[in-house]
Design a binder for this molecule. Structure first.
Ligand SMILES: Cc1cc2nc3c(=O)[nH]c(=O)nc-3n(C[C@H](O)[C@H](O)[C@H](O)COP(=O)(O)O)c2cc1C
Length: 182
């Protein structure tokens, strides 16, 4: 694999940070990589890439419109390519759902497997990654709901800035990226 495109849609930056981590791992392994924010940059063609990775953050059970639009726009071409999908979502934060494995299982099915099927894709890999919770920026109604979860977040995950908890497994993301190159 010589070249890869990573396209992402994000609302609060998590899928963008994840795209960067995947890109760094690709570059480290000698793969030429282009990263595109689907909202800011219109990808004109995917012909030149050996692999296309499409990712999105999840809110209210939904991908971002722009990442979804990318899948629709290149539906035909993507069927002929190696494609990988990933999501960043709260349901993947295991320590927040202890004893409730169905939360992650259902989310993986809905956000990744059903999404791929709906676009007629058979991805080479599905990446189910955690969330970044930013208490400074989340809607107040969500902050109210999440406040009682905050000690659990603080105990289990990195607080990368005051009130910002990163539940992603960075090593897991890098290992996933390596698997795509291998
Ligand atoms: C308003 C709001 C709604 C959310 N809804 C969901 C959801 O339905 N399912 C889920 O697993 N995570 C949900 N989350 C957690 C996000 O997926 C998480 O914050 C993720 O990091 C967002 O990715 P992004 O920054 O790339 O958009 C929600 C977060 C917010 C702020």
């Amino acid at each position: 694999m010589k070249s890869a495109l990573i396209v992402y849609g994000t609302r609060t930056g998590t899928a963008a940070a994840t795209a960067q981590e995947i890109a760094e791992e690709f570059q480290r392994l000698g793969v030429e990589v282009k990263v595109a924010d689907a909202k800011k940059e219109k990808v004109e063609s995917i012909d030149q890439y050996d692999l296309v990775v499409v990712g999105s953050g999840i809110q209210m059970g939904k991908w971002t419109g722009e990442a979804d639009s990318f899948l629709k726009r290149f539906r035909k071409e993507l069927k002929e390519k190696s494609v990988a999908l990933y999501v960043n979502c709260g349901s993947a934060a295991e320590a927040m759902n202890v004893g409730k494995p169905e939360v992650a299982a259902n989310a993986r099915e809905k956000y990744l497997e059903e999404k791929a099927a709906r676009h007629g894709l058979t991805p080479v890999a599905l990446g189910f990654f955690g969330a970044i919770y930013d208490f400074n920026r989340m809607p107040w109604i969500m902050r109210k709901g999440m406040e009682h979860e905050r000690p659990k977040l603080a105990a289990a995950y990195r607080e990368t800035a005051p009130g910002v908890y990163d539940t992603r497994d960075l090593e897991g993301i890098k290992a996933w990226a390596r698997g795509l190159v291998g």
